[in-house]
Design a protein around this ligand. Structure first.
Ligand code: PLP
Length: 429
């Protein structure tokens, strides 16, 4: 498959933007390819500048759960754009979105809209620190919560050590305020908190990890975190930027029946436009300015275009059977992939919850970042490349989730499985 126009664009882009991209994974460094430059998308397909079409399993990294350019979303945007694109003032649409979110997400009594997942998480952390008058936060190795300073931290050696900055530019003093534990390890979390009585403001967790590849919570992990944080006066923050309206309409907290203190949303709630949100207990949210002293603001927050795309998307998700349908599509894809890998004699672990999954190229069950890291990333890169050439657009890294949408039909899923059969087979001598 030739990509002359993408190649030319990528070379030019690299002279203008760091790495030629506006977000790092898009540069395809982990898979040694030129990223196709995308012109348009419709349903479950995306189309590049060189005339190729692909079955898309990136879905803009999660938002496109109803498929690209869904007519109802497009129409909502067209209606909205005629009325101007931003007012910097209250508008009825944002009240509607807030109402939909508060009704859908069990733990959210109040919500504040922002413009990205990063902003939602950053603000929720600030609120947690203000409300508890404590500074430390606990996150999980391999958990991604956007690129705010406090959260760009992974483990040092051992769960009990203070974090080291994952990125230059994060002040060491700030990184020290972030402690990390292995995902699914309740006891390690307990040790971190008990070693610092009265000092941990919050535990932040992806209730289904999605950014080390998909890693489901083991039975008891989230329940344990709920009890542990409550016992120590720390807040529990669910980062549902991926799982909100994905794992179920009410997110992972509805699926597993856990009530966090604060929840962060993003991705799907903007329907492909920039929206994030954080919300939770009323007594906490009332501490946000202007009802309280914790400052947080945004020029484009509640933007009418973004909010109307989000509302149209959530309306499509509120229909009966949507999550059963997504589950069935996910089950068909993962069963087909497992079969294809087995036929080719390639060891993989397929982790899936509903419509998100990751194929890990390892024989070790993946339950945290350390086990995810046992994957053979060279095998992943070759598999990825064969799939791309066969017209299947996967996330270009082993440590990412594949996203299915309502627009993926059985026919496309079967084509994907057929392509995988050949791609797995090409890995074995
Ligand atoms: C994508 C993501 C974020 C960051 O959202 P942005 O909109 O990219 O800033 C935060 N948390 C999780 C779990 C995510 O997947």
């Amino acid at each position: 498959m030739d990509h002359p126009k993408s190649r030319t664009l990528f070379l030019h882009a690299q002279t203008l933007m760091p790495g030629g991209v506006n977000s790092p994974v898009r540069a395809y460094r982990a898979v040694n390819r030129i990223p196709p430059f995308i012109l348009r998308a419709k349903g479950c397909r995306i189309y590049d500048v060189d005339g190729h079409s692909y079955i898309d399993y990136v879905g803009s990294w999660g938002p496109m759960i109803v498929g690209h350019a869904h007519p109802q979303v497009v129409n909502a945007l067209k209606r909205a754009v005629n009325h101007g694109t931003s007012y910097g003032a209250p508008t009825p649409l944002e009240v509607r979105l807030a109402e939909v979110l508060v009704r859908a997400v069990p733990s959210m009594a109040m919500v504040r809209l922002v413009s990205s997942g990063t902003e939602a998480v950053m603000s929720a952390i600030r609120l947690a620190r203000a409300a508890t008058k404590r500074d430390l936060i606990v996150k999980y190795d391999g958990g991604y919560h956007g690129h705010a300073d406090s959260l760009l931290v992974k483990a040092g050696s051992g769960a009990a050590t203070f974090g080291l900055p994952d990125s230059p530019g994060v002040p060491a003093d700030l990184a020290k305020q972030t402690l990390t534990a292995p995902y699914n390890d309740l006891e390690a979390t307990r040790r971190l908190i008990e070693a610092r009585p009265g000092a941990v403001a919050a535990v932040i967790v992806e209730p289904i990890a999605g950014n080390m590849g998909v890693v489901p919570p083991e039975p008891g992990f989230l329940q344990g975190l709920r009890a542990l944080t409550a016992e120590h006066g720390a807040l529990l923050i669910f980062d549902e930027v991926i799982t909100g309206f994905r794992a179920s309409y009410g997110g992972a907290q509805s699926l597993y029946g856990i009530t966090p203190d604060l929840t962060c949303l993003g991705k799907i709630i903007g329907g492909g436009l920039p929206v994030g949100a954080y919300g939770g207990r009323r007594d906490l949210m009332e501490q946000i300015a202007p009802s309280g002293p914790v400052y947080q603001a945004g020029t484009l927050s509640g933007n009418p275009l973004a909010v109307s795309a989000g509302l149209a998307t959530l309306k499509l998700l509120a229909k009966p059977q949507v999550y059963e349908t997504l589950e069935a599509k996910g089950a068909m894809l993962s069963a087909g992939l497992a079969d294809a890998a087995k036929a080719a004699g390639v060891s993989v672990q397929i982790n899936r919850v509903g419509s998100v999954l990751t194929v890990f190229f390892t024989s070790t069950p993946v339950r945290d970042y350390a086990t995810a890291k046992t994957s053979d990333t060279a095998h992943f890169a070759r598999f990825f490349s064969s799939m791309l050439d066969a017209g299947v657009y996967l996330p270009p890294s082993q440590y990412e989730a594949w996203f299915l949408s309502l627009a993926h039909t059985e026919r496309e899923i079967q084509r994907t499985i057929n392509a995988a059969r050949a791609a797995f087979a090409s890995l074995t001598p």
